[in-house]
Design a protein around this ligand. Structure first.
Ligand code: GLN
Length: 547
């Protein structure tokens, strides 16, 4: 049976609870334990799939096709453990399960209540797969005291109570604000936050404290005393230069030791931190810098493309170079010539996106990259834009476009070289969709296999001709345009196993121009950079040497 670490937050949000959880996972792995990380989100959406990236940042997709919170991306990047559908749940999902059971009559006429029915549903979720790992790390979204988070706090309290002693611990992350005028770190908000936790029956075993300054011994003692936590379980979470420093920094502060002590695991296995030392070595001993333009729509919020930003950093690490990513609003290129904006970049990336707004600008960016021979990586919508660009400007289909931008019932503005896919094969069953389907969970989601053309650039990059990558899209490039596009030099170098769905396109006569229908960024890790990002940055380094 797994041991459980419940990670909660207090005082304010955005303290990096997801990151702290992920770093703890990495540290437990470094001590030889197997881990799985989970996120429990109090919001009422059934999953974040229907939320705008402005609301909740990127939607992270798992191999088994779940649309989840971006914290699952951190978990994967720090532990290398592929997340599953059952690693993420929201109040919306929990309530919808409970209501479904109620409608089916599963509760045999009982009155359905938050306690025990909702809390039982949460506890059932917590138990999934518990036999598989040594440690299950469960992060509760939001902060203690939020009304909608209460059922989750109550459920983890019950859960720990029902388990044998010493099998569950609680870790609480809070903020120690620094008051410059008096030069002091203030402990009161933390005291209040712990008080709030204890009022609902949860006594934290480990406190992780975000602070801009080192925590003096005196403050540490005070927190230990007032919060009823052992002094060596009061851990500082200092501000870091890069997120990847977290495992080593938290280890230095004694986080993993405090957690193992709280479980009474003694003697604690010695940690092997070589993986994280190498990661830090690559980050701190980088030579030179390449500049990558990301031409997208959700540019005001960096979290909207979290995994892409991280994958680019990993690509830099693979080449021991720094990557400076700059976000440019695609709509600018609908009014202005892209040349003055894009000329100075060593590579251009067009990420995924939804809807028509900004697409003409992305097409202009793809054209600029193709014609000026600047390395180009198009991801999902970014591949579709590259195909539309080639169809218009190489094949001569002046009004080439995507069905996504036309009302299917009304008059067509575009010749759809990208169309709404209504039927496909997943594993050994057929999936069917209609235009008026509900929006949630109906895209082509999760891992699909692609076959790569032997001798193509992508086959060379992957060092393989069979790959599996994660998808999240509704529209597909129409295979019927293959011949026309290939005769103009846009090669279909990756296809679905049945040969119907274009997965990758590349421009033959170009230093590096690749469009992929999937999201390679979701599988990149600092200790295992994704081959496409590693090679994209290698090409960017080459471009930087030419100028
Ligand atoms: N909007 C496009 C589609 O649904 C692309 C999606 C994406 O970029 N993730 O096919």
């Amino acid at each position: 049976m797994a041991r459980y670490v419940f990670i909660t937050g207090g005082v304010v949000s955005s303290l990096g609870k997801g990151l702290a959880s992920a770093a703890l996972g990495a540290l437990l792995q470094a001590r030889g334990f197997s881990v799985r990380l989970r996120k429990l989100d109090p919001y009422l959406n059934v999953d974040p799939g229907t939320m705008s990236p402005f609301e909740h940042g990127e939607v992270f997709v798992t191999d088994d096709g779940a649309e989840t919170d971006l914290d699952l991306g951190h978990y994967e990047r720090f532990t290398g453990v592929a997340a599953r559908r059952t690693d993420s749940v929201s109040s919306g999902r929990i309530y919808s399960n409970v209501l479904e059971k109620e409608r089916r009559g599963d509760y045999l006429g009982k009155t359905i209540q938050v306690i025990p029915h909702v809390t039982n549903e949460i506890k059932d979720f917590l138990r999934i797969g518990e036999a598989e790992v040594d440690f299950m790390l469960c992060e509760i979204g939001g902060t203690v005291g939020d009304i909608e988070g209460l059922p989750f706090f109550e459920a983890i309290r019950q859960f720990a109570q029902e388990r044998p002693r010493g099998q569950c611990i609680f870790m609480h992350l809070t903020l120690l604000p620094y008051i410059a005028a008096s030069g002091e770190l203030k402990t009161k908000p933390t005291q209040h936050s712990v008080k709030e936790l204890r009022a609902i029956g949860i006594a934290p075993d480990v406190l992780l404290l975000r602070s801009e300054h080192p925590i003096p011994d005196k403050e540490r003692e005070k927190i230990a005393l007032f919060c009823n936590v052992r002094k060596d379980a009061v851990i500082a979470a200092p501000d870091l230069g890069t997120i990847y420093e977290a495992p080593l920094a938290y280890h230095r502060e004694g986080l993993d030791q405090a957690v193992l002590d709280a479980f009474g695991i003694s003697p604690a296995p010695r940690p092997n931190l070589a993986r994280w030392e190498d990661v830090m070595d690559r980050l701190t001993h980088a030579e030179g810098e390449v500049r990558v333009a990301i031409v997208g729509k959700y540019t005001q919020l960096e979290d909207a493309y979290k995994s892409i930003a991280e994958a680019l950093t990993h690509g830099g690490m693979a080449n021991r170079t720094r990557v400076r990513a700059e976000w440019i609003d695609a709509e600018i290129f609908e009014r202005e010539d892209p040349a003055p904006w894009l000329e100075s970049f060593h590579a251009i990336l067009v990420p995924g996106g939804f809807g028509e707004r900004g697409t003409e600008g992305k097409i202009a960016a793809a054209r600029f990259a193709r014609e000026k021979k600047i390395p180009y990586l198009g991801i999902c919508l970014g591949m579709q834009m590259a195909v539309i660009e080639a169809a218009r400007n190489l094949v001569g289909l002046a009004n080439a476009g995507s069905e996504e931008f036309d009302d299917e019932a009304g008059p067509r503005r575009f010749t759809p070289v990208v169309y709404h896919l209504k039927e496909w094969v997943q594993g050994n069953h057929k999936v069917e969709r209609r235009k008026d389907d509900a929006k949630g969970g109906t895209m082509r989601l999760g891992a699909y296999t692609a076959y790569l053309a032997p001798g193509s650039r992508v086959a060379q990059v992957y060092g393989d001709t069979v790959i599996e990558e994660r998808h999240r899209h509704r529209y597909e490039v129409d295979i019927r345009y293959r011949e026309g596009l290939e005769s103009c030099g846009l090669m279909f170098s990756g296809l679905s196993p049945d040969g119907r769905l274009p997965e990758i396109v590349e421009v033959a006569d170009h230093p590096w121009f690749i469009g992929v229908q999937f999201h390679p960024e979701l599988k990149s890790k600092p200790f295992a950079p994704h081959p496409l990002f590693a090679d994209f940055i290698r090409a960017a380094v080459e471009t930087s040497r030419l100028v």
